[in-house]
Design a protein around this ligand. Structure first.
Ligand code: FAD
Length: 559
């Protein structure tokens, strides 16, 4: 079968990755999971906005994949024999962005989403072809901003940055219009009767206008969670979709467990905030946290794990079995076992005016998005750990100068040697030891920063508009409210760290001691950064997430 798909404006090498051609043997294997049907010219196979669309493989017909906008249509691809429809949303169970219409009559193979998931779990060769195409198609949609969301915002607004981060970290393609730079924006706002004071605005699925929406309402409008059943009792409920939670989801689902993950923001956790992780096994040239999270999410979903996004756990009901986790939008989800993977979040140092400038000059992550906001300006990075070192090195590629402020006298104790060497070898990074920020000043945006040299007590003021705070983290355990024993710093105690007295106080119900990673509640595990004694690395989070699942099996077998 020659060229099966024609996609306008895509290079041949890229098109080959996005639109591979299946052989007749492969098509026959796929057909065994679904059904074949005749289609006639002009027939619409699916429309944008439909929550779960089928998966089609073309045998003898031809399909046009188009993106409708009002009365107009943009041609995305023409798919002939050997081609197949779909992209990442089909896997996520989220609404389609496209319309598929038959341009030449003939035969297609049709699979439901469940049949497709069954196929990719059992046929490694087809799984690789389909998964790779779905991921490349999504990458292209993101690059072209071809989704079902238009964000109208301003570079100077913290809420705009929050929404951009939320959509980006969820891998959602969107178009961005900047009120300060884009001349056509006013027309669009008038069309939807939006006043400039309502900015940022998200135009969702073409017609719903959300004014300064919360992440939760964006997730609801874009249909992120609509297909997920919250009523049945899960084998394992994983709270948090950072590296630890995603690893637990991949191993749990791949080993046949009924897995639900609950994530208060977007998959990826702290790792998703990193521009480049260089010490994670298997990625010699480094990998961005976003890329790692996107792949892990696709892998978890491929094995059948379900992920509720922008839904935070507010309480664990631990006085009865099955356990239940209360979500911030109301319902409780029941599960026989729970994996706590809520990680940690950045400590906010006590600097006057800090909250006023968060997102408007003060940032807690250093990804491509924040670096764009800084242009070629001078920036400050605060902190002496690996994340601060990474941020300084990354920002030095675009910033005029990076001032690295640390309270200690050197970096040796807190940072990996490879990063210290990079910092020393980068002329545009100025390391300022024994130094801390004492004041932030500005109006709508940060304009200047005062720092103090603690050796001699001198305070200097600098016209610097961007500060990256990377000063350690505190565990996200407030939602556990006394259900499990915590160490003095608030991290969850597990395994042999749990004392006899703590077990007695928790009325530990079985003769055996807690498993490795098991808390003072039988069948409730803690993994990753939230766990006391954990080494704060992506690899240890991933390791613990996967190990916990083997103990989940043992607990399920006990009951
Ligand atoms: C900027 C940066 C760079 C880093 N670089 C590296 C590196 O190069 N190499 C390395 O090994 N490590 C690095 N780290 C450390 C590494 O990212 C962490 O150790 C790792 O992410 C911990 O994973 P985790 O899954 O345990 O927790 P987290 O990554 O913190 O994920 C926890 C998740 O739980 C969610 N959550 C929290 N509370 C709730 C709730 N109540 N309900 C539902 N969900 C909730 C959060 O939104 C989050 O998504 C870096 C960290 C940062 C911040």
């Amino acid at each position: 079968m020659a060229e099966s798909t024609r996609a306008p404006d895509v290079s041949p090498s890229r098109a080959a990755l996005m639109f591979p051609t299946l052989t007749s043997t492969q098509i026959a294997r796929i057909a065994a999971h679904g059904s074949t049907r005749q289609v006639s010219a002009g027939e619409v196979l699916f429309e944008p906005g439909v929550q779960v669309v089928p998966f089609f493989v073309v045998t003898t017909a031809e399909l046009e994949i188009v993106r409708p906008s009002g009365d107009a249509e943009t041609m995305v691809a023409v798919e002939g024999p050997g081609a197949f429809t779909g992209e990442a949303n089909l896997l996520h169970g989220r609404p389609s962005f496209m319309r598929a219409r038959v341009s030449k009559p003939g035969e297609v193979v049709e699979l439901t989403r469940e049949q497709l998931i069954g196929l990719i779990q059992t046929d490694a060769e087809i799984s690789e072809i389909v998964m790779r195409a779905f991921i490349y198609r999504r990458v292209e949609l993101i690059a072209e901003g071809l989704g079902d969301a238009v964000l109208v915002g301003s570079t100077h607004s913290a809420a705009t940055l929050r929404i951009k981060e939320f959509l980006t970290r969820n891998g959602h393609p969107f178009a961005y219009l900047d009120l300060d730079r884009d001349a056509d924006v006013q027309d669009l706002l008038d069309r939807f009767h939006v006043a400039a004071a309502d900015i940022p605005v998200l135009i969702c699925r073409g017609d719903v206008v959300l004014r300064n929406p919360t992440n939760q309402s964006i997730a609801d409008c874009l249909g992120y969670n609509d297909t997920i059943d919250r009523t049945h009792v899960r084998d394992v409920l994983i709270v948090g979709a950072g590296p630890a939670g995603l690893a637990a989801a991949v191993y749990g689902a791949s080993e046949g467990l009924d897995v639900l993950v609950v994530e208060s923001n977007a998959p990826g956790g702290q790792a998703g905030l990193s521009s480049r992780i260089e010490n994670y096994l298997g990625f010699p040239t480094g990998v961005s946290g976003q890329e790692l999270a996107g792949r892990a999410l696709a892998q978890a979903e491929k094995f059948g794990a379900e992920i509720l996004v922008a839904k935070g756990a507010t309480q664990l009901t631990c006085d009865r079995q099955p356990y239940a986790v209360q979500l911030d939008d109301g319902p409780r989800i029941a599960a026989r076992t729970v994996v706590i993977a809520t990680g940690a979040e950045y400590r906010r140092p006590s600097i006057p005016n800090l909250s006023r400038f968060e997102g408007a000059g003060v940032y807690y992550s250093a990804t491509f998005m924040e670096s764009q906001l800084c242009g070629g300006d001078e920036v400050i990075v605060v902190g002496g750990g690996n994340s601060a070192g990474q941020a300084a090195v990354f920002l030095s590629q675009s910033a005029k100068r990076v001032h690295m402020l640390v309270r200690s006298a050197d970096l040796a104790e807190s940072m990996s040697r490879y990063l210290i060497r990079r910092i020393e070898e980068t002329p545009s990074i100025v390391l300022r030891t024994c130094t801390e920020i004492v004041a932030l000043e500005g109006d709508a945006h940060l304009e200047s920063v005062q720092w103090r040299n603690n050796r001699d007590g001198t305070v200097d003021s600098h016209d610097i508009r961007h500060v990256f705070l990377m000063t350690g983290a505190v565990p996200n355990t407030a939602w556990l409210r006394g259900c499990v024993a915590l160490d003095p710093k608030g991290f969850v105690k597990t395994g042999s760290d749990v004392t006899r007295d703590e077990l007695a106080a928790a009325r530990w119900p079985v003769a055996r001691p807690p498993h490795l990673l098991e808390t003072t509640l039988r069948g409730v595990f803690a993994v990753g950064d939230v766990r006391g004694g954990n080494i704060k690395r992506v690899a240890s989070a991933v390791g613990e997430g996967s190990i916990a699942i083997s103990f989940v099996h043992r607990v399920l077998a006990e009951s």
